[in-house]
Design a protein around this ligand. Structure first.
Ligand SMILES: [Zn+2]
Length: 69
């Protein structure tokens, strides 16, 4: 079975039928990784373009609720 090394921890991740763009999971470092190359198989973190984690900032607004007292 083909495998590739995790870019985060060098753990070998086995891929049954790898395709470009596939997302695979590394059990060792709990990372989601994207298949970016097939010959040889290369994995990389898929977090380059989408930065839609703005929700974390909203947690800082909770203090405003104190004004209702
Ligand atoms: Zn890993």
């Amino acid at each position: 079975m083909p495998y590739a090394a995790c870019p985060g921890c060098d753990q070998n991740i086995f891929l049954r039928n790898p395709k470009l763009g596939d997302i695979v999971y590394c059990d060792n470092c709990e990372a989601d990784l994207e298949v970016v190359g097939l010959n040889p198989i290369e994995l990389d973190w898929p977090w380059d373009e989408d930065e839609t984690e703005d929700e974390f900032d909203e947690e800082g607004d909770e203090e405003e609720w104190d004004d209702d007292l």
